[in-house]
Ligand binder design. Structure first.
Ligand code: SAH
Ligand code: SF4
Ligand code: F3S
Length: 452
């Protein structure tokens, strides 16, 4: 039996792609091992979104450069760096034998046969595929929350972003195929699904039913046995009011929306080619703030985009004060190959990017402190994800995607096969920090931990 090891970098799409690769390899009779040392086939599923992410895989490969000469190990680079760099990877790391982009995984079984036949330069780099990687062999990592791809690729052309090059054009999956997988996940015991796509709300059912994203979302929320539905990522331009209406009407749809704004300045947004203005974005925020449900809103921001002035940056600071996000990812602009922004003038010095990054981070920290503080004294339903041995607390997640760690007097820790993991429980929030909440299982006999 052949052994393999896989390490994954990047976003949830990549994590899910790896689950599909693992499923396919297991089906082909390979055995997964925990470290690269013991593996005959070593795979890196890579991310290229920022330069640092891209460098990671070359560091990893470097570690094996000499050892590889004397061993029978086969190295493969998958994912976004593979797609972006293609055969150049063989030059940068000559011990690599397989380079396959994320749109080529349907061909993985064929590529494996070529590898097994001793071929030292195997590639799968085609992007002109209409197929999505729809395989029955997915081996999901998480037994409670399942990723479910609804759309692949991206048809936008944000001036800073490699994804349209690395993931190819948008391909939506039929609603029938999505719902079939959702039903089968429910049958195997999953209660939570996360719909995935670079732009989930650009979803357009290719079958005659022609559903839009809101319709698909609502239908997924109606699948018997599914208690929670999440979705990432939404693009503001295609974010219709129907999505907020669906969340209002279907309790199974989580009250959390990740809506990356990137900048609070319409001038910067135009240069980023984001296809919306600050006002367009704020209108969508208003829809959510006026929802019957308390929708948590999170975002991504890029600081130091070429030409971002102090006044542009001040508009971003003002926007985050207005929206009061529940959480955000802040990124320093990173130059990426092939992207239009590379040729822009007025690149911002690294120290200035860092200064802006720290200002936003500090500001957002106090916003999160305040927002999370408002939950103290409230009871929230959590889906229990596990147990933290170090803190002696159960780890739960609220519908709003907040981590809520809690004590349970009846079952303080997993014991004799008993666990709370996978259950939905009410938890009284007793403390709040900027990044998480803490509490006590509601209805359990003691709340002494309240002041701890
Ligand atoms: N499709 C999603 C996000 C994809 S990438 C969307 O359009 O919102 C995730 C995040 O990485 C982006 O939202 C952006 O904030 C960040 N990002 C992408 N390219 C980047 C670059 N060149 N430099 C810094 N951050 C970048
Ligand atoms: Fe990148 Fe823009 Fe597409 Fe998002 S919408 S993946 S940021 S090009
Ligand atoms: Fe990275 Fe590719 Fe995802 S570049 S963020 S792994 S789509």
């Amino acid at each position: 039996m052949k052994t393999f090891y896989i390490e994954t970098f990047g976003c949830q799409m990549n994590a899910h792609d790896s689950e599909k690769v693992v499923g396919t390899l297991l089906e082909k009779g390979y055995q997964q091992v925990a470290g690269p040392e013991d593996a005959e086939l070593v795979l890196y599923n890579t991310c290229s979104i920022r330069d640092k992410a891209e460098q990671k895989v070359f560091h990893r490969l470097q570690q094996f450069k000499h050892a590889a000469k004397n061993s029978k190990k086969t190295f493969g680079v998958l994912g976004c760096v593979a797609q972006q760099e293609g055969e150049r990877i063989f030059e940068r790391a000559p011990h690599v034998s397989l380079v396959a982009g994320s749109a080529s995984y349907t061909k993985l079984p064929e590529l494996l046969i070529q590898l097994e036949a001793g071929n030292r330069r195997v590639t799968g780099l085609s992007l002109d595929t209409n197929e999505t990687f729809d395989t029955p062999f997915t081996r999901r990592d998480n037994p409670h929350r399942a990723y479910l791809t609804i759309i692949e690729g991206c048809d936008k052309a944000c001036a800073y972003c490699v994804v349209p090059f690395t993931r190819g054009p948008e391909r939506s999956r039929t609603s029938e195929s999505v719902l079939r997988e959702a039903h089968s996940l429910a049958e195997t015991g999953y209660t939570e699904v996360q719909l995935l796509g670079q732009n989930v709300n650009s979803y357009r059912d290719p079958s005659p039913a022609g559903w839009d994203f809101a319709r698909l979302l609502a239908a997924t929320g109606n699948v018997a046995g599914i208690r929670r539905v999440r979705f990432t990522t939404s693009h503001p331009r295609d974010f219709g009011r129907g999505i907020v209406d669906a969340i209002d009407e279907h309790p199974a749809l989580c009250n959390h929306v990740h809506l990356p704004v990137q900048s609070g300045s319409s001038a910067v947004l135009a240069r980023m080619q984001r296809l919306y203005t600050r006002d367009d974005y704020m209108r969508r925020i208003e829809w959510m703030k006026n929802s019957r449900r308390d929708i948590a809103i999170t975002t991504d921001i890029i600081v130091g985009f070429p030409g971002e002035t102090e006044a542009d940056f001040a508009e971003t600071v003002d926007l985050i004060d207005q929206v009061e996000y529940d959480s955000m990812f802040i990124f320093k602009y990173s130059k990426r190959p092939n992207t239009p922004a590379l040729a822009y003038e007025d690149h911002i010095p690294e120290e200035e990017k860092t200064r802006r990054f720290l200002i936003l981070q500090e500001r957002q920290r106090s916003i999160q402190m305040r927002r999370n503080g408002a939950y103290v004294g409230k009871t929230e339903e959590v889906h229990v994800e596990g147990y933290n041995l170090a803190t002696g607390q159960w780890i739960g997640r609220t519908s709003q995607n907040k981590t809520l760690n809690f004590h349970d007097m009846e079952l303080p820790a997993p014991a004799e096969g008993r666990t709370l993991t996978g259950q939905y429980l009410d938890v009284l929030v007793t403390r709040a920090g900027p990044n998480s909440l803490a509490g006590q299982r509601a209805g359990s006999s003691s709340i002494h931990s309240r002041m701890q």
